[in-house]
Ligand binder design. Sequence first.
Ligand SMILES: Cc1cc2nc3c(=O)[nH]c(=O)nc-3n(C[C@H](O)[C@H](O)[C@H](O)COP(=O)(O)OP(=O)(O)OC[C@H]3O[C@@H](n4cnc5c(N)ncnc54)[C@H](O)[C@@H]3O)c2cc1C
Length: 380
Amino acid sequence: MRVLVLGAGFGGLELTAQLSEQLGDAVDVVLIDQADTFVFGYSKLDVMFGRTTETAVRHPYRDVIKPGVRFVRATVRSIDQVRRAVVTDAGSFEADVLVVALGADLDPAATPGLLEAGHDFYSVERAFATREVLENFDGGRVVVGVIGTPFKCPPAPSEMALLMHDLLVARGVRDRSEVALVMPLGSPIPPAPAASQAVLAAFAERGIAWHPSSVVQMLDPQRRVAVLADSTEIPFDLFLGVPVHKAPQVVQESGMCVDGWIPVDSRTLRTAFPDVFAIGDVASVGTPKAGVFAEGQAAVVADQIIARHRGTEPTASYDGNGICYIEFGHDRVGKVDVTFRSGEQPFGEFGEPTAAFLADKSAFGTVRARRWFGRDWSNY
Ligand SMILES: Cc1cc2nc3c(=O)[nH]c(=O)nc-3n(C[C@H](O)[C@H](O)[C@H](O)COP(=O)(O)OP(=O)(O)OC[C@H]3O[C@@H](n4cnc5c(N)ncnc54)[C@H](O)[C@@H]3O)c2cc1C
């Protein structure tokens, strides 16, 4: 059986690791990505705030050495989901099973003024470039602003605001600074009310202004104001933005998307096309866009591919569960355990911020770096 996995992010890496562990070279797996390194989403914050370096958080794909798996560095140019065939700039590939795990692309240019007057802290390269901006920032009005929904890792903008507070305190300029957060959500982490309360209490304690259920529509570079959808204006000296998210162009052009993303069966991750799956941020599964969910979905697809190879019945069904860690600053991390099931209200539990969860978060990265890249790595 030939399996073609497009995208070596959280979803693609976990899927290929599971296939290799279970089937070795009995199955021919090709994993394609245009990048040469993988970066955990949260490592961007670590680099921006000077806790580590860009080089240290880049995991080279050349280290993905697994029986049965061949990594190909290439850009996917077109996808034929009916024939399960793709064209890339390194040749064409066909498969018996196709898995689309190409993530969500960011489009900062879609928002007037964002690239000119603000900083996108969500894409790898621009987030790393923001490190220097933060290093040289001498206080003033900081606005962390989300441009629209959906957006990856919903707690990340709150983390950004809390970490900015810490940075300004450490630099001795908090008294003459302001921090504001603009978010489309009504609360910081809607499925986990206790987590939202803790985040809102942390904002209140630190004097962080919270603008819920709002989005930033544009920045005016001359006047240095962020204009919200309801025309409210917030002046800034430093704007840190979460740009518009969209499915990668090649996925949009394939015709697989409905309302911008690939629809899937939320239990099996199957698309409308036989033996074509979509996992992670590129799919509309009903979970937030986050690595832990992409990973859980990968496990369910792996189960189906393994069962097919063995001639057995698949047993796994996607449960919509994921754990995420939230940085509160002061070296403390909270933990949210959330579940999103189709037709049910999402629900979640919250573990109060502690130093122990910081260690858990670090272990999260260490385990995956070892499993996916065979590397000894720690993000702190
Ligand atoms: C600041 C920040 C903090 C975050 N923190 C967390 C966290 O703590 N926990 C968590 O679970 N998630 C977190 N996330 C979210 C997480 O990074 C993503 O949701 C996750 O990476 C999605 O996994 P994926 O496999 O769907 O896609 P991705 O990991 O984005 O992988 C998609 C891959 O497809 C490749 N690709 C795209 N187009 C093409 C093409 N045409 N040809 C070839 N390759 C292509 C890309 O290079 C990429 O490697 C965070 C995100 C950000 C921005």
